[in-house]
Design a protein around this ligand. Structure first.
Ligand code: MN
Length: 430
């Protein structure tokens, strides 16, 4: 690797940082004890206070317009900006934090240790839509119900999704209360009511919508990427027993709406540019997408190469000081539809998307064991328990279990970046 080609920051701990080097600069909403929630930028192990830089008047022109749009304790106004205005702030921050940055003492005074900062939801989410574009997950789950015909006939034509619950989105670190609900126990004909017994995680990519569209006006595929401001990790916690009983005919409802966790840093689309790649070719015999979902540039550059990981820590592992158990190692290349195709499809009927809307990709499993993005797949519906180094076994999550999602982008010759973490610990039902 040509190290000299990688720009460095005067913030020394940012250089070579696992998640947040100069090349990432994700935005989020943070607070310090007793202070207001405001926009910050992750740089190394620090958070840069944009409000402090605004007060010190270090921004000019479009960068100043963009920085002012981050005010108000949520990034919706920033997401609503034209992409070039958003980019002006990014370029300005890269210059300020770069080796030869100006206003260094001012910027240095606006840096706080990340450990002193609490992170919040980055935006007020008007609508949350969860897709189902992880084809290996769709096949794995389909196989549990239909061994010979796992994918339903619409899958290769329609980026499948459902409308999720925006009010129960929470930032990483929020406890996950085990939901109660109706289930149909095996062999019974009448449902029971009680705490979920098959609590699961789903490893997903979160997609933050930037500029929206007017009601009735579709976003064409060729322009869809411009409507995506950034990305995060998303854990679509799922109560499999509640889901199995309720999902027909209208899809997931209370089995998903009790909480959805998101990582708090918004990794900007621009930071992911070096990690774009070609959409994997469709297998022989798969249909071509309809014209509104077909675009040569999107096929050539519309996928992302992001490594995804899920870790489990049980209470006993914590007591014994054992390392977290890796449940999943997969990649966003398993998406059957690109992010741009998801945006184009969502709006093709005239549905209005708004700045700060959030999409989930759907569970991103790989084809092989070790790459499955939910316990439903790993344990084959609870039939194959996992053995842990602590001597414990798991089919689904127990109270006290913590799930940690991570993501990392690496490519020869460019700085690696990461997403930070999306954590959640299960607590007992009320
Ligand atoms: Mn999901």
């Amino acid at each position: 690797m040509n190290q000299t080609a990688i720009a460095r920051s005067w913030v020394e701990h940012a250089n070579g940082h696992n998640d947040f080097p100069l090349q990432n600069l994700p935005l989020g909403i943070f607070s310090r004890p007793g202070e207001a929630q405001r926009c910050g930028v992750a740089i190394g192990d620090a958070v840069l206070d944009l409000e402090a830089l605004l007060v010190a008047d270090v921004f000019e022109g479009a960068a100043k317009v963009a920085a002012e749009a981050t005010r108000g304790g949520a990034l919706n106004g920033f997401f609503a900006l034209a992409p070039e205005t958003r980019r002006a702030l990014r370029e300005c921050l890269q210059a300020l934090l770069g080796e030869h940055g100006e206003h260094r003492s001012t910027v240095e005074a606006a840096l706080y240790p990340a450990s002193e900062c609490q992170l919040h939801m980055p935006a007020r989410v008007g609508d949350y839509t969860d897709f189902y574009v992880g084809i290996e997950h769709a096949k794995n789950v389909g196989k549990l119900f239909r061994p010979d015909n796992p994918l339903l006939p619409n899958y290769k034509y329609v980026p499948i999704g459902y409308h999720g619950r925006a009010s129960t989105l929470r930032p990483s670190g929020t406890e996950v209360r085990r939901p109660k609900g109706q289930t149909l126990p095996a062999g019974q004909t009448e449902p029971s009511f009680g705490p979920c017994a098959r609590l699961d995680y789903e490893l997903e990519l979160g997609i933050w919508i930037g500029q929206g569209n007017a009601l009735g006006e579709a976003i064409p595929l060729a322009r869809a990427s411009e409507h995506v401001a950034g990305f995060c990790l998303l854990n679509d916690w799922s109560a499999r027993d509640i889901q199995a009983w309720e999902y027909q005919p209208l899809g997931p409802f209370l089995s998903k709406s009790f909480i959805t966790s998101v990582s708090p840093w918004v990794v900007m689309s621009e930071a992911l540019e070096p990690f774009r790649c070609a959409q994997p070719g469709r297998p022989e015999g798969d249909p071509r997408p309809l014209p509104y979902l077909t675009d040569a540039v999107d096929q050539a550059r519309g996928a992302f190469d992001i490594e995804l990981e899920v870790l489990l820590v049980t209470p006993r592992m914590r007591e014994q000081g054992l390392a977290a158990h890796r449940l999943t190692l997969s990649n966003t290349r398993s998406m059957y539809w690109t992010v741009a195709q998801m945006v184009a499809h969502h709006s093709v009927n005239g549905c209005q998307l708004q700045p700060g809307d959030l999409f989930g990709s759907g569970t991103l499993s790989g084809a092989q064991p070790g790459a499955f993005g939910s316990l439903l797949e790993i344990t084959e519906g609870g039939k194959q328990p996992i053995e842990l180094a602590s001597g414990e076994v798991r089919t689904f999550l127990e109270d006290g279990d913590e799930i940690i999602l991570r993501a990392r982008c690496t490519r020869e010759g460019v700085a690696s970046i990461g997403f930070g973490e999306c954590r959640g610990t299960v607590i007992a039902a009320n």
